[in-house]
Design a binder for this molecule. Structure first.
Ligand code: AKG
Ligand code: FE2
Length: 273
């Protein structure tokens, strides 16, 4: 515990080790311990930043841990490319169109969540209801507890061992994609920016994590987002007379999102036409 405290980030910082920044008035803290790191494109600078022990990279990592993080990040980069293409294909639009919107310096941020056992699981959440700001998020989990809101009801996302990639949209459809020879189940959760780029066809679901008094849980979420300050918008190929544009082109959406997230609110309406 002492060692953990030494590495903790400031209460206002987002990146680094510790709880999320203090939420706005009337909001609760989440029952989780997490490490949040930008891995792409920043991973290339990781060693340097680590030596300086500044900002988000105050968490010293062993060479082994750094190696694993690098390897995982490279694999995740492949998965995001594969999933971006699969999503475009499923919509009958150009395979590379989403990759072009995410652009060369697309961001990958990894969040390592550790949800401790909780004495009052009926009163405390591991993560409050939210939608992700990302284009999409790839989640690896060891236990169930992630829930998605549909028709005002919470559904627990099952832990699947056979499937490799599952897309949870509004319809909880499954999209199976083969990722190398790895048999770990990965979940792809659509984020707000993909809802904008697909003109609302893929929905960014509201989700939360519940706690348990019996078991702890670990998950790794990799948030894949367009390059910083890149304007994004609905794909031309998805707009026609029958399905008119419902979202504007937007720039700097993550900043707008953060303001609403702190208040426990969604931000997507600001991008509506
Ligand atoms: O722990 C999980 O399964 C989900 C985490 C999540 O929703 C997030 O980090 O945004
Ligand atoms: Fe999330």
């Amino acid at each position: 515990m002492e060692e953990k405290k030494k590495q903790a980030k400031g209460v206002e910082d987002f990146e680094g080790y510790g709880a999320d920044p203090l939420p706005g008035e009337g909001q609760f803290l989440d029952w989780s311990d997490r490490l949040f790191l930008e891995v792409y494109p920043e991973i290339l600078n990781y060693g340097q930043k680590n030596q300086n022990l500044s900002g988000a990279f105050m968490v010293p990592m062993s060479q082994v841990a750094k190696g694993i993080l690098e390897e995982y990040s490279i694999k995740m980069k492949n998965v995001t490319e594969l999933a971006s293409k699969a999503m475009a294909k499923s919509l009958n639009i150009k395979e590379n169109c989403f990759l072009t919107q995410f652009a060369e310096r697309a961001q990958h941020k990894a969040r390592f969540n550790y949800y401790l056992r909780c004495q009052k699981p009926d009163l405390v959440l591991g993560l409050k209801p939210h939608s992700d700001v990302s284009g999409f998020t790839i989640i690896l989990m060891d236990e169930e507890s992630l829930q998605v809101l549909k028709d005002e009801q919470w559904f627990t996302v099952p832990k699947i061992t056979e499937a490799l990639l599952v897309l949870v949209g509004d319809q909880m459809e499954a999209l199976l994609v083969l990722v190398g020879d790895q048999m770990e189940a990965l979940l792809v959760l659509v984020g707000d920016q993909m809802e904008i780029m697909t003109n609302g066809i893929f929905k960014s679901p509201v989700h939360r994590v519940v706690t348990s008094s019996e078991r702890e849980r670990i998950s790794i979420a990799v948030f894949y987002s367009p390059e910083a300050n890149k304007e994004i918008g609905p794909e031309d190929g998805l707009i026609n007379e029958e399905t008119p544009r419902i979202f504007k082109n937007v720039k700097g959406y993550p900043d707008i999102y953060q303001g609403y997230y702190k208040k426990g609110q969604r931000a997507l309406h600001v991008a509506k036409v």
